[in-house]
Design a protein around this ligand. Sequence first.
Ligand code: BJW
Ligand code: ZN
Length: 250
Amino acid sequence: MTDHLHPEPDPLVIDQVRVWLAAAARLVVTTGAGISAESGIPTFRGPGGLWRRFRAEDLATPEAFRRDPRLVWEWYDWRRGLIAQAAPNAGHLALVEMEQGRDSFQLITQNVDGLHQRAGSQRVIEVHGNIWRVRCIDCGTESLNLETPLPQLPPRCPCGGMLRPGVVWFGEDLPRTALETAWSAAEQGDLMLVVGTSSLVYPAAALPDIARRHGARIVEINPDPTPLSDRADLSLRGSAAQILPRLLSP
Ligand code: BJW
Ligand code: ZN
């Protein structure tokens, strides 16, 4: 999107990150919507972002769902359709390779699209849930629903209750085990790659600070600067699908 505005990262800088990757006993990678952008899935903020046409507060909050569950479900149903047609890109695949052969690796994603798992990543934590999961607002039952488009909006639980997407909305707590696992991985990591996130949404945006406070190096991969950039040891300006494969050993 904005890649052409940024010069290619200096090969020496890429080499530096390769050295850090080779030396890292515990590698932690956090990802956001930007890693799926090149799979054709719109990001939330920025040019073409999902929030440009829809306001976050209208769609990704419990209040919005209470007010107009059908509108919220129409948005999720549309996104499920896009995700179903999308395939993991070279960025997702490079992360699979980075995991292979490592004793300690943790991928922490804010994405709900499941593309990391489809690419083959094994150690993935989804801190904002998964768009293919649904949960009954009456009986609390959770299940997978892969239908797209959904035949009925909003979809219903066998108990008659309304189903909601199994994702985390603003003002809601993150899944406890996922967050705890992510937190301790951040504390124990010695290198953290932060890929394709605006680093605005908490508590996920705090993970690099936790890692840094515990001595990890932080490398950001993003075509544009973010609030994290100043605190990162290095920022590689470019797209995830271009940069991540270059970090693999030649
Ligand atoms: C590329 C690229 C390419 C492009 N390659 N890169 C002050 C006021 C009000 C609330 C708060 C507040 N301070 C803190 C809060 C709490 C709130 C919060 O953080 N708000 C901030 C916005 C201020 N957080 C929460 O509410 C969280 N819960 C919580 O804190 O619980 C405790 C609590 C309870 C009660 C009250 C308060 C606290 C929950 C957050 C849930 C976020 N949910 C969403 C929706 C998930 C479901 C769905 O998908 O629909 O999660 S919102 C949305 O943002 C989604 C994402 O996971 C998340 C982060 O977005 P991400 O991934 O960073 O995407 P973008 O679009 O922002 O950025 C993309 C980046 O990629 C850009 O930088 C591009 O440059 C880059 N890029 N192309 C690489 N090719
Ligand atoms: Zn139910």
